[in-house]
Structure formats: C-alpha cells, structure tokens
Ligand binder design. Structure first.
Ligand code: NAD
Length: 497
C-alpha cells in the first residue's frame, strides 16, 4: 500500500529505535470527517519477535530490574510531567483517531498522568512482608516483575487504558510490548516517546501497532512473554486466555459489559436521571462501564424516562473539537454501522424507539460516523438489544416491580463489569450491592473512577484487577523466602551422624 502523498507514515518503537521501513501501513480515517488522517507503519510478526526479545534483554539488565524503587518513581513522575507538557498532542492523537470529544481526551491525559504519579508513589512505598514463622527462621514474601508483559489495548479510550497498563507494569519493573488497536495507534506511540525522553531505558517499553488478527497470536504465544494484560472484547479475551493458559502464564482480562443501572422510586430522581444520561451517552456509549441497561421501578418509570429523554435531547452531538460538543462520532464507520444494525434489529423485534434511532440530520456531520442518542423501550431483558454489548449511544430501558425481580433481571447477563443503584434506603443499597454480580457498584452515583481503586469485572467481563495497589501487584509475581536463624539444619527427618 502506498503512503499518503507527501506525508511520511508514522513510525513505531522498538529498542529505542523508530521503525519506518514496514511492508504495509494502517491508513487512518478520521471518524468525524471521513478524511484520511495519516498512515501508520504496521508491525509484522518479525517486529513482534524483535520487540519481545528487546524487551526481555532490556528488562533483564540490572539497570532496570535492579533499579531502586525511588529511582523508578522519579522516572514515572517525569513521564507524568511530560504527559502534561504534551497533553495537547496526546489528546489530539486520540481525538483524530476515535472521535472522542476534546475535553474528554484532555481529561484522559490528565488522569493518565495521575496514574503514573500514583504508581510512582505506590512503588516507592510498597514493601515486602515478613510472615509469621513456624520454626527458627525468617520467612518473607517479596514481589518481582514477571519479565515481559504484552499489553494489548482497544480503541475506545486508548490513553486511559494504556496508562493503566504501562504505569503499573513499568512501576513493577517489567519490560513491555504495547500493541495498540489499529484504529488508535498514535497516542501509544507518543507515550513510548515520552517514556524514552523521561529516562526509561531503550527497549523497556516498545510499541508495535498492527491488526490483532495478524500479530496478536505472535505476541501472546511468544515464549519470552510472561504475562498478558488485555483490554478488549470478550471473544478475543477468551482466545488470549486459552493461549496464555497453554503457556501457563497469567492473562489479566478487562472485557465487555452490559451494566445494569437501577433506579428505585425513593431515589433522588433528578440526580438519577442526570447520571443515567451521562452513564450511557458519555463517550458516545463506547465505554465498557456504560450503564446500558436501565432498570426503573415501575411506579416512577414514565416519570424517569421522560426526564432522561429531555436530557438526552439536549445533548450536543457535534464534531469532537467543536466547543461544547458532548458526543462525537462512533470511533469508526464499522462501529456506527453495527450500532445502526442493532437498533434496526430491536425495531424489528417490536421495541419502541423513544428518541434517536437515526443519524443526525445536521449536514456538517454527514460525512462522519455519527449516531444520535437513542432510547429503546418495550423490550425484555432477554432481547438481543438488552443482552448484547452495543458499544454505542443506545440505552435500553426496562421497568421492574420489586427487589427480587430486579436482582434476577440485573444478574441475568453473561457480563458482570459495573452497576449502579439509586435509592434513599441505605439498607436496600447494601443488600442490592451485595447481590449484584459485578466488579463495581456505584451507589447514588455512576462512573466515578479512581486510580487508587481496583477495576475489573465478574463473569465474562474479565479476570484480575488493574488500578489501585492490587493493580500493581497484578504485574508482579510472588517469591517466598525462608531464611534459617539456626546453626543446624532442623527441617524434615533427622539425619543419622
Ligand atoms: P477487540 O477485542 O476487538 O480488540 C482489542 C485489542 O485486541 C486490539 O488491540 C486488537 O487489535 C487486539 N486483538 C484482536 N484480536 C487479537 C488476537 N487474536 N490476539 C491478540 N490481540 C488481538 O476490542 P475493541 O473492539 O478494540 O474494543 C471494544 C471492546 O473492549 C468492548 O467489548 C469493550 O467493552 C471492551 N473494553 C473493556 C474495557 C474494560 O476495562 N473492561 C475497557 C474498554 C473497552
């Protein structure tokens, strides 16, 4: 494939070198305009092999593996500084590639930098443990890097998701090969440049973009890869887990969701309606934690739905860099077509489309992958639209009659990522929160995130946790040491002398 006239394809990073000479390129199309942004060099299996070997060599050197935690923390803090300095560039990479609105892109950079600072503070203060002995010895638990981590990210929020992985993996002392999604390669590439500039030794962090179907297996099955950290869809996650299982290496999986957002009649209905609107429509619905299944107690169902409709109608769907834009396009035309197909299917299944259900009529948006905020009702929780992840601005609203009925419906999904409960009754909030099969429960709020709190799912939504202190331990393996305090050997059977 030829390159865009006059513009060099964007190179990627292996061993501190910028790789430009590749047999093919990813042609990047802006989902807001349909225009070609640029081309990006696409990695091959040979590049993956080189990147993994380089990461292994660099991560094995004392310079990185033996670096004292406070020194590693200095580098992570420097990465955070450079991210803030280059925040416009990073945000622009993401906005051009997945159409996320500018403000959200900038916030992701700021939060990503905060993740590096958190990991810096954590690694400087996290200790080893002395465990209770059962004899005359000292027993200790120490934490060590896995070696080379394969970090595979999706296209919806590449800045946030890449920072979650590489900040913790680097803090823990690993080498990393990052494979960003083909739709969103350049923010990861720029983070690779920042890491180099901040003093991460060349080769410790490598970034190789390319289609998962072409280079994914080569990465996961490479003998020197000792851990996989994957965020993406459940089917790909399942395959990665199988491949990792055969190698007996851990795979941390952050997968899809179809999260129940629950409103009881006694809740603060205005705040709940605000939250329900943000929970599904922020990021154009392309969020794994989107509150995509709305359950409202029947006696306030109509009232709450009309409040959400009013709020959704007022949302500003616009070009991602337009001041005040709240929803950009879908991240790709293929994704918009999928959303459209799902809504059409729901229509044919007999559901009612309360608002949206079409592309916007504004001619300025005609060339982009836009779709209006959509609310679907008249469906049961068993319907396809209520069960399958859509990853678009589509809310599926359903009434419930009582707590038991609610819990049964809310848990009737293969997913278990997030959930939200609105009620004034704290005892009910506790009961329902404990009964929900989900890795995260928001009570009288939704989509609050903290780099200090573990993140991950139940059931088909994933395995393992990122973020928080647990998220750093994810990137470390455990070593137990027994250290005798005796001058004689006093274990096992006695030796005749
Ligand atoms: P995807 O599974 O298609 O792709 C994710 C990444 O995996 C991409 O980099 C892709 O190139 C790569 N990949 C594809 N096939 C591969 C293979 N065989 N081996 C190795 N890598 C391979 O997901 P997507 O469409 O990019 O992202 C959307 C999905 O991600 C949604 O299901 C969403 O819910 C999920 N997601 C989950 C979280 C979370 O934290 N739980 C966060 C964001 C997105």
């Amino acid at each position: 494939m030829s390159t865009v006239a006059g513009v060099k394809p964007v190179p990627f990073l292996i061993g501190g070198q910028w790789i430009q000479d590749t047999p093919s390129y990813i042609t990047h199309v802006n989902p807001a305009t349909g225009e070609v942004n640029y081309q990006v060099c696409a990695g091959t299996e040979a590049h993956i092999d080189a990147a993994v070997k380089t990461a292994h060599a660099a991560a094995s050197k004392a310079e990185w593996r033996g670096m004292l935690p406070h020194k590693r923390a200095e580098i992570l803090n420097k990465i955070a500084d450079l991210m803030i300095e280059r925040s416009d560039l990073l945000a622009r990479c993401q906005m051009l590639e997945n159409g996320k609105v500018w403000k959200e892109c900038k916030n992701q950079v700021i939060n990503g930098a905060a993740t590096f600072r958190y990991c810096a503070a954590a690694i400087e203060t996290l200790g080893s443990e002395i465990t209770p002995p059962r004899g005359n010895y000292l027993s200790m638990t120490v934490y060590e890097p896995w070696g080379v981590v394969a970090a595979i990210t999706p296209w919806n929020s590449p800045i946030t998701l890449t920072c979650n992985k590489i900040a913790a993996a680097l803090a823990a002392g690993n080498g990393v090969v990052l494979k960003p999604a083909s739709y969103t390669p350049t923010s990861g590439i720029e983070l690779g440049r920042i890491a180099l500039d901040a003093g991460v030794p060349p080769g410790v962090l490598n970034v190789v973009p390319g289609a998962g179907s072409k280079i994914g297996d080569a990465l996961v099955t490479h003998p020197l890869v000792r851990m996989v950290s994957f965020t993406g869809g459940t089917e790909v996650g399942r395959r990665i887990s199988e491949l990792a299982g055969r190698k007996v290496i851990p795979a941390v999986l952050e997968l899809g969701g179809k999260s129940p957002h629950i409103i009881f009649a006694d809740a603060n209905l205005k705040a709940a309606a605000d939250a329900a609107t943000v929970a599904i429509f922020e990021g154009t619905g392309q969020s794994c934690t989107a509150g995509s299944r709305l359950f409202v107690e029947r006696k306030v169902y109509d009232e709450v739905l009309s409040m959400i409709m009013e709020r959704a109608r007022a949302l500003r769907v616009d070009l991602p860099d337009a001041p005040g834009a709240q929803l950009g396009p879908s991240a790709s035309f293929a994704q918009r077509d999928f959303v459209e197909k799902m809504v059409e299917g729901a229509r044919q299944e007999g559901s009612e489309i309360l608002i949206g259900g079409s592309r916007p009529s504004d001619p300025r948006l005609a060339k982009g992958a836009f779709y209006l905020p959509t609310i679907v009702t008249g469906v049961t929780n068993k319907s396809t639209i209520a069960q399958q992840e859509i990853f678009g601005p589509v809310l599926c609203a359903m009434p419930f009659d009582n707590e038991d009925d609610l819990i049964q419906q809310a848990n009737d999904t293969t997913f278990g990522l997030a959930s939200g409960i609105w009620t004034a009754d704290y005892k009910r909030a506790w009961r329902v929160a404990r009964a929900l099969e989900a890795g995260m429960v928001w009570i009288n709020t939704y989509k609050q995130f903290s780099t200090a709190a573990p993140f991950g799912g139940f059931k088909d939504s994933g395995l393992g946790r990122e973020k928080g202190l647990q998220g750093i331990r994810t990137y470390q393996q455990v070593k137990t040491m027994f250290w005798s305090m005796s001058d004689t050997f006093d274990g096992g059977f006695s030796i005749a002398k």
